[in-house]
Every structure is written in structure tokens, then in C-alpha cells.
Design a protein around this ligand. Structure first.
Ligand SMILES: C[S@@+](CC[C@H](N)C(=O)[O-])C[C@H]1O[C@@H](n2cnc3c(N)ncnc32)[C@H](O)[C@@H]1O
Length: 232
């Protein structure tokens, strides 16, 4: 799609591939993470078109943050962009906050990047800030907040939320009502790992959507749900 055009990202209940702008930056400076190129393009496109404020929940080392920050940079409205993460600094914190064992990451060389990121001076938030600086993205992030999104001070409403903490029914139920309160009427929400109606239908119990569409039918490596909350 031409860079200056905007068109509906969801048409007839399905994600509209031709409305998704290519993520324009070199991938060599992208922090490590789990997002596919298509997923970064979705985050970028919505950030470029959103009036904001924008909130990211779960920045980890900043792969998704850089994609959103690129959209903020290329958005004439210069929206506010807040990002938050637990900012883990130890195996104990990992276990307490994520409710899963840290052992696999210390035992396996394959997962070494996770252990190194947690044990690095300042923990994962320090690495996040460093990665954003190296990618030229730091100046497009308004606030980097360390803590539990359910407990930290945030703005009253957001026009676009990327939530990377909804990987199971338990997590959707833990965050669903909170997300509904935070998302403005007519606002967009993108959720990683909500791959189909199996989990999407649970999210619909909390948020009344104009549409909720999935990226997986377009890109087999992609697991996004893209939703727009109805206007009251
Ligand atoms: C899958 S990772 C995010 C990956 C990242 N978005 C990327 O593109 O590489 C999930 C992140 O969510 C954070 N997280 C999980 N629950 C959270 C909560 N309640 N508040 C803040 N951060 C949370 C974790 O610390 C972890 O860094």
C-alpha cells in the first residue's frame, strides 16, 4: 500500500492485508523477540494512524516497542506512547511475577538470551532502554514504566493498546475487565497469542468489539488479534 493512503484494517470481519503498511526500518537493529515481520507491520500501521494515547503492555527487550515507536515517529499527530513491563531482574522475580519456573532458561544454552537479559545490570528494563536508544526509538516513547500494569499509574484512557500478556484463558480473564476500562470507545487493541476465536471469544466477554480479526489466516507465523471497541 502507498505510504500516504489509509484504508480500513479490517474489512468484512477479516484483516485487510492491503491496509497494512510495510515496517520501513532495517531489521538488523531490532531487539530479539518473538514477533514476525507481518506482526511488526501491524503494530507500525496502527501506531502511524492512531491519535493515541498508545499503551504497550509487555515490552520485554523492545522488539514490539521499536515497531510502535516507528509508527509514532511517522505519525503527524505525534501521539503519546507509554510502555510498561515487569522489568525482571532475577529468577525469583520471574517465578513470582510470571508464575512459571526460571530453571529451563538457566539450564539450556538455547534459552541463554533470556537468562542473560534478566541477569544483566539493571535487568530487562535497562536492556530495553539500551535497545531503544540503539534503534533510535527512545525519543518516541513518552514513558517507560517498570511494574505490574494492574498496579502502576497510567493515563485514564488509551486509543490504541498492544497487549502481550494474554496467552491463555487465565490471563485473558485476569486482564479483560481492566483492558476494557482502559481502552477508549472506538479504540484499537492488538493482542499477541490470541490466535483465533478459541481465545478471542473469551476476550469478547469483557470488551464489546466493532470487530475482532486474526492475522494467522494471512501469515502462518502470526498470532495477533486486532480489535476495535465499539463507540457507545
Ligand atoms: C512475550 S513478552 C513480550 C515480548 C515483546 N512484546 C516483544 O515484542 O518482544 C511478555 C512480557 O510481558 C511482561 N508482563 C507480563 N505480565 C505483565 C504485567 N502484569 N505487567 C507488566 N508486564 C507484564 C513480561 O515481563 C514480559 O516481558
Amino acid at each position: 500500500m502507498n505510504d500516504n493512503q489509509t484504508c480500513e484494517i479490517v474489512v468484512d470481519g477479516k484483516l485487510n492485508e492491503s491496509a497494512v503498511l510495510d515496517f520501513p526500518d532495517s531489521l538488523t537493529l531490532m531487539p530479539e523477540g518473538w514477533l514476525s515481520t507481518f506482526e511488526m507491520s501491524i503494530l507500525y500501521t496502527l501506531a502511524k494512524q492512531s491519535a493515541g494515547p498508545i499503551l504497550e503492555i509487555g515490552s520485554w527487550l523492545g522488539r514490539s516497542t521499536v515497531a510502535i515507536a516507528g509508527g509514532v515517529r511517522d505519525n503527524v499527530q505525534a501521539p503519546i506512547f507509554d510502555t510498561c513491563d515487569f522489568g525482571l531482574t532475577s529468577g525469583v522475580e520471574w517465578r513470582e511475577k510470571l508464575q512459571e519456573s526460571f530453571m529451563p532458561y538457566t539450564d539450556s544454552a538455547e534459552n541463554d538470551v533470556i537468562a542473560r537479559s534478566v541477569f544483566q545490570t539493571g535487568g530487562t528494563i535497562a536492556l530495553l532502554i539500551d535497545n531503544l536508544r540503539k534503534a533510535g526509538a527512545l525519543k518516541y516513547v513518552t514513558s517507560i514504566i517498570r511494574g505490574d500494569v494492574l498496579e502502576i499509574p497510567l493515563r485514564a484512557k488509551y486509543g490504541y493498546i498492544f497487549c502481550d500478556t494474554l496467552h491463555s484463558e487465565r490471563e485473558i480473564r485476569a486482564y479483560g475487565a481492566f483492558l476494557n476500562n482502559l481502552l477508549a470507545d472506538g479504540g484499537f487493541i492488538v493482542c499477541d497469542d490470541v490466535i483465533s476465536e478459541d481465545l478471542g471469544s473469551i476476550l469478547r466477554e469483557y470488551i464489546h468489539f466493532e470487530f475482532l480479526a486474526y492475522s494467522n489466516p494471512i501469515d502462518q507465523y502470526s498470532k495477533f488479534a486486532v480489535g476495535k471497541k465499539t463507540h457507545k
